[in-house]
Design a protein around this ligand. Structure first.
Ligand code: IPD
Ligand code: CA
Length: 275
């Protein structure tokens, strides 16, 4: 019987192998992204693409994960979810940043987290183009290519670079955008990276001072959130905000409270002034 720590170590090793393998497949397919764009079919809305690359990458991840641990449950973006008989559930985004991938613009990643009894204990986010692997275990710290990570140390919100993202449904996007006219003047600048898992890791690595996004799915953030918090960042989940969604906020601990308060204030102003 292994301890939780041993189990987390086993799971992060499997996740790393699977993410690197699936990432190599994506990197091979990336030059064909324009064909893939033509072939892409819409998922939840016309802006929500799914490609052959998403499907093939998911199959590659599952082959390794279930090859190593056949009794575990799977929750995966492209539909391979299934119950298991062990205490472990894998939360998989086989291609996070699909829109970036098909347009050849910006970054994409394979994101794999493992939960034990509903607690995320291991997470890996792998960017095959930059050859960067972010990994974390619960209580065991976070690494980027095997090296410890340090979040930024911003002196104020006004000097903070903040990432965000938008969902695929147009009503949800309107709610999300309402904040922006008030937020943008109050911070250094905003970034929309197009890959939530890498945005989370970016805060852990000090490339962003903060990140927030409403309406994320578990596979978008499970691994990246563990990487960021194990790197030393703070996080908050704001329920029913904006509208009926949940917003994940991750930031350098120095600015987490003030960023949360600013987001709530900006949303209230947006609603009042009809944006
Ligand atoms: C999307 C990306 C994007 C975020 C969206 C996600 P996908 O995931 O992470 O940055 O803003 O909310 O759905 O569709 O590329 O796997
Ligand atoms: Ca995703």
């Amino acid at each position: 019987m292994s301890t939780t720590e041993d189990l987390a170590t086993e799971l992060v090793e499997i996740a790393t192998t699977a993410a690197i393998q699936a990432g190599a497949l994506l990197a091979e397919m990336a030059p064909r992204r324009l064909d893939l764009r033509a072939m892409a079919s819409a998922k939840s809305s016309i802006t929500d693409l799914v490609t052959a690359a998403d499907i093939d990458s998911e199959a590659a991840v599952l082959e390794i994960v279930l090859g190593a641990r056949p009794d575990d449950a799977i929750m995966a973006e492209e539909g391979s979810s299934r119950p298991g008989t062990s205490s472990v559930t894998w939360v998989i985004d086989p291609l996070d940043g699909t829109t970036n991938f098909v347009y050849g613009y910006g970054e994409f990643a394979v994101s794999i987290a493992a939960k034990v009894d509903d607690v995320v204990v291991a997470g890996v986010v792998h960017n095959p183009i930059a050859k960067e692997t972010f990994a974390a275990t619960l209580g065991g710290g976070a690494t980027r290519n095997g090296q410890a990570m340090t979040p930024s140390d911003p002196s104020s919100l006004a000097s903070s670079l903040v990432g965000t993202g938008f969902g695929y449904l147009s009503e949800a996007r309107a709610d999300q955008a309402r904040i922006l006219p008030y937020l943008v003047p109050a911070i250094r600048d905003i970034r929309r990276g197009g890959c939530a898992s890498l945005d989370c890791c970016g805060v852990g690595a000090g490339r962003l001072d903060g990140y927030f996004e409403a309406g994320l799915k578990p596979w978008d953030f499970a691994a990246g959130l563990l990487v960021a918090t194990e790197a030393g960042c703070g996080s908050r989940s704001l329920e029913n905000f904006p509208g009926r969604s949940t917003t994940l906020v991750i930031a350098s601990s120095d600015i987490l409270d003030s960023l949360v308060n600013l987001l709530i204030e900006c949303d209230a102003k947006g609603r009042l002034e009809g944006h």
